[in-house]
Design a binder for this molecule. Structure first.
Ligand SMILES: NC(=O)C1=CN([C@@H]2O[C@H](COP(=O)(O)OP(=O)(O)OC[C@H]3O[C@@H](n4cnc5c(N)ncnc54)[C@H](O)[C@@H]3O)[C@@H](O)[C@H]2O)C=CC1
Ligand SMILES: CC(=O)C(=O)O
Ligand SMILES: [Mg+2]
Length: 439
């Protein structure tokens, strides 16, 4: 795989005199390391210690960064090179915690038996009260079979667990929902559907994650039809919501009518097919798709899209390119047309780096770190649950996209996922749309 990112933290001590940190930054830059956060750990009269996050494309590049810093000498010392990504995952990222303390026997009897029995009986006689007296209505099952973990392929559900835990952290922190990973030891659609049907009663909604295509399509469709709660495959529709928002913002900035634009989608798996469907649902007339699998192209044709015969043909014909192939470096700089809008969304590494696409003449370019379904899925689930919706519909998804666009600063493609108001604005838009659907 090209461009496999390595993130490390370098703890560097420099003499506390102007110009010394600049030498360290230059040393990193000379090896083309990418500097991220910088935290000052100690600012003393004689020396300063900083924790510098850097991203490198390879182990060799990291080694070069380290030896460049070491070569500065002049009192500059590396104290440690740490892997903060691994450290953040030690012990897992989530835990089920109780909201109430048990400090006395009275607490025990209130929270557990005998007190709890009256609540059970109340729910038995008034099932709608389950959402009020339990956590069911705010719990989302994050279900994977591990067959398409990011762009890493079929690495299995256990290796995919860090991603599921990550989604749970985002649901909790952005909209206060509990995400509970469910790892399936099967990728058979019948077994997956049956399993989820048997466990759905403990959840307010089902988020399907990193389930590969084509079986993800059947699984989602069947669950949507058979379950009375919202079910959404995030790689399909969460991604499509955010891609539509980014394209709308890019069109606004370049005065392009999205409905008349030629949009090319490279990779027609879970994410790619859903992006095409969303664009067509929004009214885009010319959506062209490409996949190395004939069956994936057939699916797009069945939905009313068009296909092209090669990557070169898509890059040549289309004004806006979206790529979700999982293949790092697939789009070469020489294929980029001046003024194109390029969203290379594969994680962990894009089909073309945004900096490379811009240098090759693209008007706008982004990768899957910024145009990421994290912008959409927390608010979509929160809005659907707040509305008591039984399903997540296209009008709700388009409402989410438009809310994201309205919240994007002029000249930018997408809002900052850490913006505290973003997810609540998306949730309100989705809830309102769901309520309109009910009226
Ligand atoms: N930025 C974001 O929010 C998201 C990004 N993604 C990324 O998109 C990528 C794909 O994810 P999924 O759609 O879930 O996987 P998938 O496995 O369902 O789809 C990938 C598709 O790309 C096709 N493909 C592979 N190489 C190709 C090539 N050289 N030319 C044309 N088609 C090719 C495959 O045949 C397959 O149909 C992954 O890297 C994933 O991380 C997925 C969801 C969200
Ligand atoms: C972001 C995400 O869901 C993916 O890359 O699969
Ligand atoms: Mg995913």
């Amino acid at each position: 795989m090209q461009n496999q990112h390595i993130i490390r933290n370098i703890i560097v001590e420099t003499p506390s005199k102007p110009g010394n940190f600049a030498k360290v930054a230059t040393a990193i830059g000379m090896a083309e390391g990418d500097i991220g956060d910088i935290t000052t750990l100690k600012s003393g009269a004689l020396t300063t210690i900083r924790d510098i996050t850097i991203t490198c494309k390879s182990k060799d590049q990291l080694d070069q960064v380290i030896s460049n810093i070491e070569a500065i000498d002049n009192g500059v010392k590396i104290h440690a090179v740490t892997d903060d990504v691994l450290k953040a995952h030690e012990g897992g990222k989530i835990a089920m915690k109780s909201r109430l303390d048990v400090r006395s026997l009275r607490d025990l009897q209130r929270i557990y038996t005998p007190g709890v029995a009256s609540v059970c009986m109340d729910i038995l006689h008034n099932p709608e009260k389950a959402n009020y007296f339990t956590s069911i209505g705010t719990s989302v099952a994050i279900v994977t079979d591990g067959t398409a973990i990011l762009g890493l392929g079929n690495i299995g559900p256990v290796a995919g667990m860090p991603v599921m835990e990550g989604k749970a952290v985002l649901l909790d922190q952005f909209v206060g929902l509990s995400g509970i990973p469910i790892l399936l030891n099967t990728s058979d659609p019948d077994e997956i559907v049956e399993t989820i049907k048997h466990i759905h009663k403990g959840f307010g909604a089902i988020l399907l994650e990193d389930i590969g295509s084509p079986h993800c399509f059947e699984i989602e469709e069947r669950l949507k039809a058979e379950l009375p709660i919202p079910v959404m495959h995030d790689d399909q529709h969460g991604t499509a919501v955010v891609a539509l928002a980014a394209i709308l913002s890019a069109c606004k900035a370049t005065n392009v009518d999205i409905k008349k634009a030629k949009i090319g989608q490279i990779g027609l798996g879970a994410a790619g097919l859903a992006i095409c469907r969303m664009l067509m649902a929004y009214g885009v007339e010319e959506v062209y798709g490409l996949d190395r699998q004939e069956a994936a192209q057939e699916r797009l044709l069945n939905y009313g899209g068009q296909t092209l015969e090669s990557l070169e043909a898509v890059m040549e014909k289309c004004d806006i390119i979206v790529a979700t192939t999982g293949v790092s470096g697939l789009i070469k700089a020489e294929m980029v047309r001046k003024g194109q809008i390029i969203l290379a969304l594969s994680n962990p590494n894009p089909e073309i780096l945004p900096s490379e696409a811009i240098a090759a003449g693209a008007a706008f370019a982004a990768d899957g770190r910024s145009v990421n379904n994290v912008i959409g899925f927390p608010g979509i689930f929160k809005g659907a649950l707040d509305a008591g919706a039984k399903e997540i519909t296209y009008p709700m998804l388009i409402a989410a996209s438009l809310a994201i666009v309205n919240h994007t600063k002029p000249g930018e493609l997408i809002p900052n996922p850490l913006d505290p108001t973003l997810h609540h604005i998306v949730a309100r838009a989705v809830e309102e749309s769901a309520n309109q659907g009910i009226e």
